[in-house]
Write a protein that binds this ligand. Structure first.
Ligand code: GLU
Length: 476
């Protein structure tokens, strides 16, 4: 797994400067010091703990949980497992969570956790012991609870780890009836929600669909038409990149012309078979050796390839002052957190590139996490009460129509009217609505204020307005 490349600015500074760009556009009276409070990370909890490895030896692990903001509770954000994580990174990612939640109207503060570990270097048993021990430390420190701080998956973690965390919480807090709500992204069979695994990638798809419904914005990027036939370069075929690429090709007719991974890239002008590549990766751990596409051992330069849409869906700081001048894509959708540094962002802006920012584009994960949390607190699956009722009503409408017209309804139409929404339908509909509304708000703020030069600043302006209002109305 690659690490964050060296840049002149830290990740936190990069985000703070993006916030600074938005602050003059708030049109609100902000008391002195409030902007500093909003930017500051409230607290960081560092833990070190030993775990017995399979060979009987011990290893000490280092992890963090950073809480950027508790203006809304719980504070929310994933837990990342990677060999190169650092305190600066987790603090920056926690800040992004605060802004992200505000943009998509998810009523949470911002947090993030990380652990220095390479999940690929450990057995499942070791990972379970490591995760349970880490969770115990965080729970005992007050950094995991349904009402205070709710982790979720991030890079290197998934439903498996979230399940262990939920179980650990349940054991440590036996009286808490809401124990499932202490973490999201759990297995569906253990308090999770359908559609959470695909959520971030699905959100990227919904954002791009909405972008192409705004001809003025499409023209800004010098593009036209719809997603159909658009050439897309994607960096990272992990959970986010894979789902985004899969849905964009299978459902919208886009062509993925390059997939960039940590160990090279695959290209094909005809469009890559995403599902097959993913299966190859699952089997071998690499894109190397995949037949049916051209392999390039050095993947990074492919970020600069000729395409319509570039989707960085891997690590932060992938587009820096070093390569920003050479990026050809007119439209960049940031599916990863922080893939473009502040300085690179300025270069791309000057070059007329349209950037859909991470604080919005990858908010699908936390949006569906919010649905999961609500489900856990209400102790009932979405759609359980209303689904059959909707079907009875639909059947009534079909019967009435057929009686009135004396004709049989088309079977496809009949199915649409008489099928009640299940949990997955409702999750996707809630996510689509959330991403569309957020896009519309960002586009509207961008177009209505000539001084706002880009979508990122518009998105931060929206987030900051909401956070400032919350601080002022509730008191600091
Ligand atoms: N790790 C994801 C993110 O960066 C999801 C966070 C969550 O669901 O709380 O947005």
């Amino acid at each position: 797994m690659a690490s964050r490349p060296k840049t002149s600015q830290s990740f936190t500074e990069s985000i703070d400067r993006m916030v600074d760009r938005a602050l003059p556009h708030l049109d609100m009276d902000i008391p002195l010091g409030l902007a500093d409070q909003i930017k500051a990370c409230d607290k960081v909890f560092q833990v070190k703990f030993p775990v017995k490895m399979d060979d009987g030896q011990y290893r000490v692990f280092t992890g963090w949980r950073a809480v950027h903001s508790e203006h809304r509770l719980p504070a929310k954000g994933g837990i990342r497992y990677a060999p190169h994580v650092s305190q600066d990174e987790v603090v920056a990612l926690a800040a992004l969570m605060t802004y992200k939640c505000a943009i998509v109207d998810v009523p949470f503060g911002g947090a993030k956790g990380s652990l220095v570990v390479d999940p690929r270097a450990h057995s499942e048993d070791e990972m379970e012991r490591i995760t349970r021990r880490f969770a115990r430390k965080l729970i005992q420190g007050g950094y995991i609870s349904p009402g205070g701080n709710v982790p979720a998956p991030d890079m290197g973690t998934g439903p498996r780890e979230m399940g262990w965390i939920a179980d650990e919480y349940k054991n440590l807090r036996p009286g808490d009836i809401n124990y499932f709500a202490c973490v999201t992204g759990k297995p569906v069979t253990n308090g999770g929600i359908r559609g959470r695994v695909e959520a971030t990638g699905r959100g990227v798809q919904f954002v791009l669909r909405e972008f192409f419904r705004h001809p003025k914005d499409v023209a800004l990027a010098g593009l036209s038409g719809s997603l159909e036939g658009k050439r897309v370069v994607i960096q990272g075929l992990g959970n986010v990149g894979y789902h985004a690429a899969k849905f964009l090709t299978e459902e919208d007719g886009a062509l993925i012309t390059a997939v960039i991974e940590y160990d090279g890239a695959l290209t094909s002008d005809q469009g890559l078979p995403i599902e097959e590549i993913r299966q190859h990766m699952n089997a071998t751990g690499s894109i190397k050796g995949f037949n049916g596409a051209e392999y390039h051992p050095d993947g990074l330069p492919l970020l600069e390839s000729d395409c319509d849409i570039l989707i960085p869906a891997a690590l932060e700081a992938q587009i820096t002052t070093k390569n920003a001048k050479r990026i050809k894509a007119p439209l960049i959708a940031e599916a990863a957190n922080g893939p473009i540094t502040f300085n690179a962002d300025s270069i791309l802006r000057e070059r007329g590139k349209v950037i859909l920012p991470d604080s919005f584009v990858n908010a699908g994960g936390v949006t569906v996490s919010y649905f999961e949390w609500v489900k856990n607190l209400s102790h009932i699956r979405f759609g359980r009460m209303a689904r059959r009722q909707d079907e009875y009503r639909g059947q009534g409408i079909v019967d009435a129509l057929e009686q009135m017209t004396g004709q049989q309804l088309d079977p496809g139409l009949r199915k649409v009217i008489t099928t009640g929404a299940n949990e997955l339908d409702l999750v996707r509909s809630g996510l689509d609505d959330t991403m569309r509304l957020a896009y519309q708000e960002i586009s509207e703020v961008f177009h209505s204020n000539k001084k706002i030069e880009d979508f990122r600043t518009a998105a931060f302006t929206i987030a900051l307005r909401k956070i400032v209002r919350s601080y002022l109305e509730l008191g600091i």
